[in-house]
Design a protein around this ligand. Structure first.
Ligand SMILES: NC(=O)c1ccc[n+]([C@@H]2O[C@H](COP(=O)([O-])OP(=O)(O)OC[C@H]3O[C@@H](n4cnc5c(N)ncnc54)[C@H](O)[C@@H]3O)[C@@H](O)[C@H]2O)c1
Length: 375
């Protein structure tokens, strides 16, 4: 018997680009990769984005004489499904694109970019694609990394692949039309990053966060917060794009949230579930002496000042425990739960027990029913 070892290294490179006026004909960002002459583009646009920008998007491709097939897609977690994946795969098959130089263009929130990313990952075993996030969740989180996929068999993101985009195009003016609840939804991911990675970002949220929410991140201070959140995210993802290391700071808030958002898919947004998890984890960290009283109060005060409407009735300790168990499988047998150590610091713990969750739930329920009185 002989053995032949096969080794192949592949470099991942893509750019995250800030732009504005994305659909203005003179803005070349959407066409900055791929061929231009005699070319085609398969473009998937979130249906709500299409209402506001559909005419401009169509005019953009007409102006550039681009043969574009524009497909609208209904956002929302309930559409992150196998059926929607198959529908898009069929549409794409009816509009043959070159395998290398006619990237698919995904314009929408995290649901759309995750799903279209998987269409791109699986079509002919991988074709290029571009992401243009239109929600804050997409802007600061979902569009930045290389994870694609959809929900399957009652499990979030159960089928998917790592597939890097060619480019990510960030135009924050697209957030103007986003409903306030979805602005807050994205803010949860910024809070996550601030609490475990970046004390200065946390200070900035305390000072300017509420005004950023009111202005839909169009005010002067919002640029610094968005830039810091995105570069913090890139710093965390870049050395571990394929999640070889399973202890990830960016998984803060993503342990108990998994069960919550699976059970309450229709009325709980991803960020809202993440925020509940952040608060529970904060209380567990406080119980373990990882956060002082003052640091714990700051996290809770920020939550109330930003104006979240949270629902205490869904905090079922047995669901939270089974969510932790499920995540332990995902993290290859260890809990690896990221926990804040001081604001801006992080440790991973592997020995959370049920009683700790129960006691954190009681405190959190109490806080919510007393209308966010300072702890
Ligand atoms: N791939 C990753 O690394 C990653 C990271 C974080 C979150 N996610 C995924 O992201 C998803 C959530 O993303 P989301 O919160 O963007 O949800 P979403 O894509 O469903 O968008 C939310 C809502 O906003 C609407 N919308 C989008 N852009 C709009 C705009 N500019 N104006 C008005 N309405 C607009 C959509 O139609 C939808 O109703 C989850 O499925 C989550 O798993 C993925």
């Amino acid at each position: 018997m002989s053995t032949r070892k096969i080794t192949y290294q592949h470099t991942i490179e893509y750019e995250v680009i800030n732009t504005s006026g994305l659909f203005h004909p003179q803005n070349w960002a959407l066409l900055s990769v791929g061929k231009i002459e005699d070319a085609r583009r398969f473009v998937v646009v979130d249906a709500n984005v299409d209402k506001h920008h559909g005419a401009a998007i169509r005019a953009y491709f007409d102006f550039h004489n681009m043969d574009a097939r524009i497909v609208t897609f209904p956002g929302g977690e309930e559409n992150k499904t196998l059926d929607q994946y198959l529908a898009l795969a069929h549409e794409l098959d009816l509009f043959p694109i070159h395998r290398r130089d006619e990237p698919i263009i995904a314009i929408g929130g995290g649901v759309l970019t995750d799903l279209v990313g998987f269409v791109a990952a699986s079509h002919r075993r991988g074709v290029p694609y571009i992401k243009a996030p239109t929600t804050l969740m997409g802007y600061v989180d979902a569009s930045i990394g290389i994870k694609t996929g959809f929900n399957f068999n009652g499990n979030k993101n159960r089928l998917g692949a790592f597939h890097a985009p060619q480019t990510v195009l960030l135009d924050k003016t697209l957030l103007r039309t986003l409903p306030r609840r979805h602005i807050l939804n994205g803010v949860c991911e910024i809070i996550k990053l601030a609490v475990v990675c970046d004390a200065e970002l946390f200070d900035m949220l305390e000072l300017h966060g509420a005004r950023c929410v009111v202005s839909h991140f169009q005010n002067g201070e919002s640029d610094a917060i968005l830039d810091r959140a995105i570069s913090g995210m890139i710093n965390e993802l870049e050395p571990n794009l394929f999640e070889v290391e399973l202890a990830r700071k960016v998984d803060f808030g993503h342990t108990f949230s998994y069960g919550l958002e699976t059970r309450h898919e229709t009325n709980l947004l991803h960020g809202e579930a993440v925020l509940l998890d952040i608060l529970l984890s904060t209380l567990i960290a406080h119980g373990r002496g990882l956060l002082t009283d003052h640091e714990t109060e700051r996290i809770f005060r920020l939550t109330s000042e930003l104006g979240f409407a949270l629902n205490a009735s869904i905090l079922d300790p047995s669901l939270l425990w089974s969510s932790l168990t499920e995540r332990t499988y995902h993290r290859n047998g260890l809990q690896r739960v990221p926990m804040p150590r001081g604001i801006g610091g992080c440790v991973f713990i592997n020995d959370i027990h049920e009683a700790e969750i129960e006691s954190a739930v009681k405190i959190l329920e109490d806080w919510m029913t007393k209308e966010y009185e300072i702890l």
